[in-house]
Design a protein around this ligand. Structure first.
Ligand SMILES: *Cc1c(COP(=O)(O)O)cnc(C)c1O
Length: 401
């Protein structure tokens, strides 16, 4: 067998270098642990970036996928398939939305939401100069449309011009949003909890203020729940904690727990006044295999009350992370909601991540100075303790340097 180093060298010679990867080749996973090619064990507090909510090697989930592999993988959207219907019913029940379109990724779900908003505006007044307001420090994906609404110039600048007619406002600052609204505004798009931008939950006043603004001006509220949805904050979708409901919503990441699938959802009112046959499509989206995965994930979430489990474990994680904030001057604050947490440092966190990896703990950052915690949703308090022990050592070593 080749060594990890040989594989890494090979990877760097064939894969386009769009990532600076950590020097590990993972081989398999079990529960909340990952194993590299040398058999070294790692506690995983990343879950493939908020994807593997059920952990690795869930027997029931794996069996459902194997069963579907032998049955049917793909049919195209010119025909009906049963897993898509079952997954749609469960997703609508969990979200309270009325209609769903399945995609292959989060970015594609955002594209669909943008097209929905533009068509809604077009049908309303026949114009094509509508504007969407998005947030600074947001992240919505890497395709041209999703990139155009991502509030991070570093990601956008080399690829300008974007799709156009996008304005940016400040997250959790209602006045700054109001200042961008005009007669052309057709949608306001935001993450209920900003992920890449720094694990910042929307304040209730902000989200309720935006909802009220949207209602008053016939503007669509689009919530991106790709990272913060699917139980991560202790609710099936993060907005359910607030007294608001979006008109359009996106999901992905944990929806397939490892199988690529996303979705955009909408209310019946929006569905009746936006996309119709011929307006949007996808070859793979909503195929039987990906939908079987989502159906099984949603079934387990509902039956085992995964959001309830998150509400039980998350306060403990918050408490333990809070202790670290008190103990180390280099950590400024803890932010986040549920099992989507961040520790804000006064310096880059890369050394902490590298130390943690050496000691068998997988963590990632959100921006240079924030350590991000998005573990599988099935973690127990004992895993939090195990994580804290390694993390404390890693922070101590990094702080001394
Ligand atoms: C990850 C993410 C996306 C993009 O999803 P992809 O599947 O990587 O295209 C969009 N929005 C948010 C909030 C995300 O966290």
């Amino acid at each position: 067998m080749q060594s990890m180093q040989q594989y890494m060298d090979e990877a760097e010679s064939v894969l386009l270098h769009t990532y600076n990867r950590y020097p590990i080749v993972f081989d398999h996973g079990e529960g909340v642990y990952l194993y590299d090619l040398n058999g070294k064990k790692y506690l995983d507090f990343v879950a493939g970036i908020a994807v593997f909510a059920l952990g690795y090697g869930n027997r029931e989930y794996n069996d459902a996928l194997k069963d579907q592999v032998d049955k049917l993988l793909h049919t195209s959207n010119y025909f009906y398939n049963v897993p898509a219907i079952l997954a749609a019913k469960r997703l609508l029940k969990a979200s309270g939305m009325d209609r769903v379109f399945f995609t292959n990724s989060g970015a594609e779900a955002v594209e669909g939401a943008i097209k929905t908003a533009r068509k809604y505006g077009f049908l309303r007044d026949g114009r094509t100069d509508h504007e969407i307001i998005a947030m600074n420090h947001s992240f919505h994906g890497r395709t041209m449309g999703a990139l155009s609404v991502t509030g991070n110039a570093h990601y956008r600048d080399p690829f300008e011009p974007g799709i156009g007619n996008i304005r940016f406002a400040d997250f959790n600052d209602l006045t700054s949003v109001q200042a961008q609204v005009n007669k052309n505004t057709i949608a306001i798009l935001l993450e209920t909890v900003q992920g890449e931008g720094g694990l910042t939950p929307a304040t209730p006043e902000f989200l309720m203020g935006i909802r009220e603004l949207c209602d008053r001006k016939d503007i669509l509220l689009i919530l991106d729940e790709i990272q913060c949805g699917m139980g991560r904050t202790g609710y099936p979708f993060a907005w359910q904690k607030y007294d608001v409901k979006p008109d359009v919503m996106t999901t992905a990441k944990a929806l397939g727990c490892g199988v690529p699938i996303g979705a955009f959802l909408m209310t019946e009112k929006v569905a009746q006044s936006s996309l119709v046959a011929g307006d949007h499509g996808t070859t793979y989206g909503g195929n039987p295999f990906a939908c079987r995965a989502a159906d099984k994930v949603l079934e387990i979430f509902e039956r085992d009350d995964i959001p309830g489990h998150v509400r039980e474990v998350a306060p403990y994680l918050e408490k333990r992370l809070g202790e670290l904030v008190s103990a180390f001057d280099c950590i400024k604050e803890r932010r986040g909601a549920g099992l989507m947490q961040g520790l804000v440092f006064d310096r880059p966190v890369a050394p902490v991540i590298n130390k943690a990896l050496e000691s068998g703990l997988v963590l990632i950052n959100a921006g240079p100075n924030i350590l991000r915690f998005v573990p599988p949703l099935i973690i127990e308090k004992a895993h939090v303790d195990e994580m804290m022990e390694i993390l404390e050592g890693a922070v101590r070593e990094a702080a001394e340097q």
